[in-house]
Write a protein that binds this ligand. Sequence first.
Ligand SMILES: *Cc1c(COP(=O)(O)O)cnc(C)c1O
Ligand SMILES: [Zn+2]
Length: 368
Amino acid sequence: MEYICIKCDKKFPIHSNTWKCKCGGLLNLEYEKKPVNFEAAATSKDRSLWKYIAALPFEKEDCWRSITMGEGGTPLVLIDKNLYGKADYYMPTLSFKDRGAVVLVAMAKKLGKESIVADSSGNAGTAIAAYGARAGTKCHVFVPDSTSDKKIKQIEAHGAVIHKIPGSREDTAKAAIDMVESSNMFYASHIYNPLFWEGTKTYFYEVFEQLDGKMPDAFIIPVGNGTLLMGAYIAFKEMFSWGVINKMPKILAVQAENCAPIKEAFINNKSEVEPCKNKGTLAEGIAIAAPARGAEILKAVRETYGDIIGVKEESIVCARQKLAYKGIYVEITAAANYAGYLDYIKKYPELKDKTVVLPLTGAGIKSN
Ligand SMILES: *Cc1c(COP(=O)(O)O)cnc(C)c1O
Ligand SMILES: [Zn+2]
């Protein structure tokens, strides 16, 4: 298993602590995976994402066993006619980030890393801290100093060391990277480390299985840094190459209109993303003004003949209320996904008759 530069194809061993190529290119992951046997998976006693071990970068008996908390295997809940919500707020730390965090931390453990570094203002930091505690690794989490006490308390509860950094989200990332580069610590980054997507891709295997061996016509996917979206792209490519599906479902991506740099690039037919100014949004979990993987996200959406839209603040608040009236309580960021669906069916009325899955990415008690 190796990291490979997306620009110049240079390869780096997995234990090398490389997070970016000298040429500036970010890294993908290369390893040999076996196709998932979806029929066997459907009847597996293990309901967690680890039942897909054939296509994960671990052995059957491996260190993930002492780290897993049963993440994955979340229900599909009918929201409207033809629209399902995948309830990833059922996860151990109440967001879909557990899918990626468990894989990332298990690999750090396997590589014998005693300390890991993460930077996040939200759910990724919480998930890494929780799984870091499971693995018995020392965990440093860098957060912007504007991060709410509630989130900091949850991260600290797991024994992680908090580093509060003044300035922007990018300053926080820089501080984390400084620590990684001046030490031998593992950079457990949900943005730079492609191992994270090896976890998030299982979301799409699960949907396929839950819809009795069919993919929906489209997936609604929120995009900040694109960790769920990149998981989609990897899963679709794998399943296509295994002959399990013969066409990729559409990726219908959603950003908050007030911080939508990828949407901007998409509608202007650009292949790179220019950083934008964050005008402020309640959907703080997807408010990423300078997404590092912007070009890859654009490519993935275009390859599925998908689309990207921005949703307004009022629509996000209204969508959260609508979901709550259906018994579903999500954090504000996660309501953007339903707001996005409601805008998409206005834009494409025929979508109402198609099967669509949207993620219920985080639990309501995470935000006020
Ligand atoms: C992280 C997150 C997102 C968006 O994910 P990205 O990986 O940044 O694209 C959406 N909703 C919630 C609740 C999240 O925690
Ligand atoms: Zn390179």
